[in-house]
Design a protein around this ligand. Structure first.
Ligand code: DGT
Ligand code: CA
Length: 573
């Protein structure tokens, strides 16, 4: 199916025309067409064959001809002409945080900046200062943007990493030689971003495992092909390393290669104090200068031999271990099976792909007991925010669905915009109607820390608000968090019975594990939400739970582990 290819070209044309300074009407047409084609359930080649291209909303004769040309020849003349005027590299420049089409054009016209590398050079050489409208602060923001881009290239998000690892694990698991297999490293710890994938295998026939691994279809190139270790690059340039170890050391190796490095160092120090040694081969007693293996087969065995409680992988970072080790027993961390519902999903009422009924059915199939359908409010025009009039219809639709269902509740929700002064996008009469209200910032990130803090505190004090969505605004690889006084906002949240969200959408993972850990110390309560814009996105819940575990949350810290009656009680102000 070529739908996505065509959509991508139109999307690029929209951006290139925007850089060129074309009128909004024309650029919008391309963006709209791209969005529509990407979402088409039918194959665009079929539509073409049956002469139905112009029947697609927003596709007129001119665009239909461009599509046909691409389907016939694999090229689109209009696109090729456009990139003669506006170099393709500017598409990357535009997407550097804080750049956008206007600045991309300015730097291209004035400094011949044609790529991100050119931009980096121009910034380093101090050439941006003095250009019209470019202040020192602007340059600083661009510098920060370039850093985020670099990090985004070096590290993928947890969702992307999980997908790659799952493919490799599934393929290798099929081998009879593989007794046990696990992804280790930052991925196993559930870190929000992952540099490379470390897979560990328990097998007595390493050579065969190595040979199969380097020949898997996902592999683009082989960096190393050894007897017990190999390393490859996938077609998407992800590095995947595997190691095969003997059964008696599998647990110790898993412990070692899960890391983090700092956690390993801490374990080694503890071992030394107890006249022990811990390595990737096992836990050993070194009493009296004699080395004796105590454990290695399983991870749990290694912790036990060290006299420590089992530390879940998500907690193996450089914070709080002392507190953990000092306790006899630590309350169990929250698990995916504890989750009773998703409180932040979108529907076709705003920019979601599925209807409320479809989302609810998928939620029920997961075993959930409730779902809050929280569409955008009108201020977020790009996301088709719901008008107060349409809210009445949406409410009716929800009431009708609820009347038909037993043991499942759809909550009438909204993700309402927080304006630059901390006010909400619906009036109080409208706000009072919602069962569950999420407040969110989608603009005005560049405000000062004081302003942003004030804005968020004010929202916490709003009596209708139940939670703050993606509280720091981070977009992994695209945008850093906005800055505010995190402790102040945590305190305001606790004082006003407002939850902070752990947004499980893989490009967000916001709050992240470290934020959650600190917020928990303030006594904050949390909701773990997927922000699903289609049914499949609801599967992201596992990443949110992982992030919660990285912040040491137990079931009791998370609002959406409650039953429906408990939830409604807990939401009362
Ligand atoms: P990443 O790949 O940057 O997302 O993070 P990790 O934690 O996966 O780091 P990586 O792939 O360099 O190494 C995997 C694990 O192996 C790491 O978490 C701990 C262990 N490890 C690697 N190098 C060292 C080391 O020099 N010392 C110690 N103690 N452990 C190490
Ligand atoms: Ca790694």
């Amino acid at each position: 199916m070529k739908n996505q290819d065509v959509a991508d070209i139109f999307e690029r044309m929209g951006t290139l025309l925007e850089i060129k300074g074309e009128i909004v009407f024309k650029t919008r047409a391309y963006y709209k067409a791209a969005e529509t084609i990407a979402g088409l359930p039918e194959d665009i080649e079929t539509l073409r064959k049956e002469n139905r291209l112009t029947g697609i909303p927003g596709i007129g004769q001119a665009l239909a001809e461009k599509i046909s040309q691409y389907l016939d020849t694999g090229r689109m003349q209009a696109y090729e002409e456009l990139i003669k005027e506006v170099p393709e590299g500017l598409l990357d420049v535009v997407h550097v945080p804080s750049i956008g089409p206007k600045k991309a054009k300015l730097f291209f016209d004035q400094l011949k900046v044609k790529s991100v590398a050119d931009l980096r050079e121009a910034v380093d050489a101090g050439k941006l200062s003095g250009l019209p409208g470019i202040q020192e602060k602007t340059v600083e923001n661009i510098r920060r943007g370039l850093k985020i881009v670099r990090e985004g290239q070096e590290r993928m998000n947890l969702g992307a990493a999980t997908q790659v690892a799952d493919e490799f694990v599934a393929a290798l698991k099929k081998l009879p030689e593989v007794k046990e297999i696990a992804a280790a490293g930052s991925l196993r710890r559930g870190r929000e971003t992952v540099r490379d994938i470390d897979i560990l295998i328990n097998s007595v026939n390493p050579q065969r495992v190595m040979d199969v691994f380097v020949r898997l279809p996902q592999v683009k190139s082989v960096n190393a092909h050894g007897e017990t270790r190999s390393s490859v690059l996938t077609r998407n340039n992800v590095q995947v390393d595997i190691r095969v170890v003997e059964p008696k050391s599998f647990g110790a190796a898993l412990l070692y290669f899960t890391g983090s490095k700092d956690f390993n160092i801490k374990l080694r120090q503890i071992a030394i104090k107890k006249e022990m040694k811990v390595s990737e081969y096992g836990v050993f007693s070194v009493k009296g200068g004699r080395e004796r293996m105590l454990a290695g087969k399983t991870e749990a065995g290694c912790f036990k031999a060290l006299g420590l409680p089992y530390v879940p992988p998500e907690m193996r970072e450089d914070f709080g271990e002392e507190e953990y080790f000092a306790r006899e027993r630590f309350p169990a961390l929250v698990e995916l099976k504890d989750i009773q519902g998703d409180l932040h999903v979108h529907s076709t009422w705003s920019d979601g792909h599925n209807t409320i009924a479809q989302m609810a059915e998928a939620a029920r199939a997961k075993g959930y007991k409730y779902l809050a359908v929280s569409d955008h409010s009108p201020r977020l025009r790009v996301a088709g925010g719901v008008s107060p009039e349409d809210l009445k219809k949406k409410k009716k639709e929800i009431d009708a669905l609820n009347a038909k269902m037993k043991d499942f509740h759809i909550l009438f929700g909204a993700e309402v915009e927080i304006d630059s002064d901390g006010n909400l996008d619906y009036n109080n009469a409208v706000l009072s109607e919602f069962d569950f209200l999420i407040a969110a910032i989608h603009s005005g990130f560049e405000q000062s820390s004081e302003q942003l803090t004030k804005r968020l505190v004010k929202v916490c004090q709003n009596k209708y608000v139940h939670t703050i969505a993606h509280p720091t605004g981070v977009h992994l690889g695209k945008r850093g968090p906005y800055h505010f006084d995190f402790s102040e906002v945590c305190k305001a949240a606790v004082d006003n019975n407002v939850c902070l969200e752990i947004n499980a959408f893989p490009v967000r993972l916001d709050l992240n594990g470290a934020n959650v850990y600190h917020a928990r110390k303030h006594g904050v309560k949390f909701v773990i939400d997927t922000d699903a814009h289609r049914v499949e996105h609801m599967d992201y819940m596992k990443f949110g739970v992982t992030t919660a575990r990285r912040g040491w949350l137990t079931k009791g810290d998370v609002l959406n582990t409650l039953s429906y009656p408990e939830l409604t009680k807990a939401m009362k102000k």
